[in-house]
Design a protein around this ligand. Sequence first.
Ligand SMILES: [Zn+2]
Ligand SMILES: [Zn+2]
Length: 605
Amino acid sequence: MDVAAAEKDEFLYRLRHSLAHIMAQAVLEVRPDAKLAFGPPVENGFYYDFDFGETPIGEADLEDIENRMRRIIKQKQPFAREVKSLETAERELRDRGELYKVEYARELVETGKAENGHLSFYRNGGFEDMCEGPHLEHTGEAPKGCFKLDRISGSYWRGDESRPMLTRIYGLAFASKEELDDFLARRKLAMERDHRKLGEELDLFFLDREVGVGLPLWMPHGAVIRDELEQWAREEEFRAGFQRVATPCITRGDLYHRSGHLPYYAESMYPPMTLDEHDEYYLRPMNCPHHHKIYDARKRSYRELPLRLAEYGDVFRYEKHGSLAGLLRVRAMCMNDAHIYCTYEQVEQEFVSVLEMYHRYYQHLRLGNFRVRLSLHDGDKGKFVANEDLWIKSEDMVRAVLRNLGIGFEEEVGEAAFYGPKVDIQMKNLLGREETVSTCQLDFMMAERFDLTYVDRDGSEKRPYIIHRAPLSTHERMISYLIEFYGGAFPTWMAPVQVRMVPVKESVLEYAHELAEALRGNLFRAEIDFTDESFNKKIRNAVTRKIPNIWILGEKEMEQRNVTWRRYAVKEQISVPFDKALDTLKTLRAGRVMDNFHDVPLPTP
Ligand SMILES: [Zn+2]
Ligand SMILES: [Zn+2]
């Protein structure tokens, strides 16, 4: 992080912290009987928990509190720190009836967290709160229009449900009014485009309690998107010299002892099934060990390297219930996986080619909301294979490749795979939640563990290096991002329904059928709107379904063998002979044209 960004973060922290005080101060003006609990700064803002006894406040009170906060800000009240002994602190807090604070003050002293047994307080205006700080110099430092009280929810003192319910007031706060407005606009868009909401509206996928949490079921329309991505990957990988393999989803535990997944990765795996009396089988969390077995199925020569094995493989990970989120984080997923086995001399070139493939995919899909992270190991023996020299060597190599390619990246210690460093593409969804969308890993360890070798030019046996890569991520995670970034409007080549025909009269139905037949014959996904809705309603329905191409068919179109073409992303309609329209669709498909964006014109075939 650069200096300016760090300074801004520091300011935001003080701002949000101070606003929590100011809010509590304003609340006490309205409700002097309220008792304060905790009030920390959080991502995007701050909150404060209050005990209002029998009569909590409601959303309707927030405006009044906001106005009072603005008044306090205008008064430029300085924040002054004062340190008190436990005795003094406790007496004063008791006088004010702040029993939650008394409890916490004692705990701080008893657990040795209070410096010299003394407690820090901050006072502004007539308000005082026990707090470590830091704060703004004075309340007036809060930029105009930088905050908004957002919502109210219930909470418990330190999460303890046996205690009385508290009222939590959330506020949003940013460095300027513009940033707050920007956040609100993004949040609105994100809620409209939430992939869980759109996934249901567009019949792409669903989750079912009886099937289990984190186990999505793909509907026909969602399966189309998966298939199209997979077909694309298959072609790109074929051109890049990958060979496809297919391997099973369950495997004996022995394999995972050898690979190191047990113990390094055990907590993300499902518990074993005992079969054939004593054999333990696991659902696979990764495809790597199976690919290593294929490499090892026969003796390899340097002439075969680089050997590139690819598979869209199903994997299963035991993710914590609380971390599951639609398709973004699931327990069963299908990964655009591949492993490249190569010599030391080939590693760099292979790594470069893989990163270039990433670049092509991301650019084509117009995914820009990501940062590149170089994930390194640390000294944790429970998390990373011990071999310091090899770690350093591999990390240096990956760092050099990124630099040579001119890719901007941030380093993060402790985020490597247990067997080697990795390049992670960290992507934020519209709500700002960041996940690793794809990774590319350099592995210097598995060849050793699996005793993989190749016979070199001079007849000696050597260990190959392995690159793990999954540029298109898992279907689940990638499609969750695509749904949100595209707002559910997929380009023609990926769209579940590529053309919807809207016949304006009964008399043209036959013509519509004829075109539908021709489209199907050319492997296009087309449908006819047979409903009794009005014409305008039919168009609206097609737009709501985000169908990229609407063909309007009337008598004139039928006579001239034309279609009147309306595209999702543009308002104008054009009239085109059917043959030409079909050729245009073929061009859209062949080039995987991203015609879901306004700036992409309809190509001429
Ligand atoms: Zn504070
Ligand atoms: Zn792998």
